[in-house]
Design a protein around this ligand. Structure first.
Ligand code: KQY
Length: 368
């Protein structure tokens, strides 16, 4: 594997394809840490396995597991899913597996962004994060793809969405947060995104989902379903703090055009009723250093937008909420060529994210 330090992907003709384009595979990480995953992670691991199985029906899934969990992961996952031993601090493949870019000849390369657990010592979520930060490079080595070194820029994969046709979407609340790249201006951040993702235009939605501990990643509020079309997490409950947040995003998108000059068609995807953590769930979580990770009654950032687009399916979360079915029907209509699979995801949500956050696609293409 070559580590590329003296160029940027766009200069070399590389760009990030849309998630709805064909994949070679998907990367996941087996969950383990007891301050993220309640009661020893058993329920979370079951949910992760269901996600891996659903995605594995139409693409090669690789699951990274610690040495301690390797045998367990191998036993829990079907034989066509590959398990490799790789250390990590937690299980958020979206955020610290590589972002993959491709060129016109179909060659794939990775990007190794800096990772500091969603805000480092400023407002990050755990310490240390050194093993997570090594994963992108290790995975590029494993997959035999060259990697761009961009560790001097803090970025999680869940904080960007692209349409593969020159448009990138982010939230201001995350990309401009004090714990990531505080010495860079918005314009300088935009220049990095364009250079590395091969984008011509960056759409800056103001915010994401209320109480999303990632400083409101884009992948929980809004996602492209194809170029020119996106879904936006939505509530009709005006008294809910999320109402103004979703409305601000809708207004922004209503006035925006993408890199090709198109107005973006926005489909509202209903949110479930607020999901809060129970006392029983909190009792099953270890403290992170000397602090509880969750407190009873705390609202979790539940959203159906946090889905993964696989080659032949869309794998989306369910919460046991009356809106589960409606959200599934909307996505099924938007993805007529894929089967929408809904997985009960409360046990992933308690960790702080959802199905999109625990997966990272490898676009179809040619490896070195
Ligand atoms: O990308 C995500 N949503 C992951 C957040 C993880 C927070 C750690 N508890």
């Amino acid at each position: 594997m070559r580590i590329i330090r003296n160029s940027v992907p766009s200069r070399d003709g590389f760009y990030m394809p849309g998630e709805f384009e064909p994949h070679e595979g998907c990367i996941m990480i087996f969950p383990e840490r007891p301050d993220s995953w309640q009661y020893g992670g058993y329920a979370a691991r079951r949910a992760f396995v269901q996600v891996a199985e659903a995605i594995g029906e139409s693409e090669q899934v690789t699951v990274c597991a610690s040495g301690a969990q390797y045998d367990n992961a191998r036993a829990a996952l079907p034989p066509h899913i590959r398990v490799v031993e790789m250390s990590s601090n937690d299980a958020w493949a979206r955020d610290y597996a590589p972002t993959f870019v491709r060129n016109a000849a179909g060659e794939i390369r990775g990007i190794d962004w800096g990772f500091n657990a969603w805000g480092g010592l400023y407002d990050g979520l755990y310490f240390p994060w050194d093993k997570d930060n090594q994963m992108a490079r290790k995975l590029c080595d494993l997959l035999n793809v060259d990697v761009y070194d961009k560790r001097d820029f803090i970025l999680e994969g869940g904080s960007v969405h692209v349409d593969g046709e020159g448009t990138c979407m982010v939230t201001e609340s995350c990309l401009l947060s004090g714990g990531r790249n505080p010495r860079l201006t918005k314009e300088e951040i935009e220049t990095v995104l364009k250079g590395y993702l091969g984008a011509d235009k960056v759409l800056w939605l103001p915010c994401g989902i209320y109480h999303d501990e990632t400083n409101e990643h884009i992948d929980n509020i809004c996602a492209f379903v194809r170029p020119g079309e996106a879904v936006l997490a939505w509530t009709e409950e005006e008294s809910d703090v999320q109402y103004a947040m979703s409305e601000a995003c809708l207004e922004y998108l209503g006035n925006a055009t993408d890199a090709k000059g198109r107005h973006i068609r926005v489909h509202k995807l209903p949110l479930p009723k607020p999901v809060t953590v129970t006392e029983e769930e909190c009792r099953g979580l270890d403290a992170c250093w000397d602090q509880p990770t969750r407190i009873p009654g705390e609202r979790l950032a539940a959203s159906y937008v946090n889905f993964y687009i696989a080659n032949k399916s869309v794998v989306m979360p369910g919460f046991g909420d009356p809106a589960d079915e409606k959200a599934k029907d909307i996505l099924q209509e938007l993805f007529p060529d894929r089967r929408v699979v809904q997985i009960y995801a409360r046990d992933i949500l308690i960790g702080g994210g959802n199905i999109h956050c625990i997966t990272q696609q490898i676009p179809a293409g040619r490896r070195r």
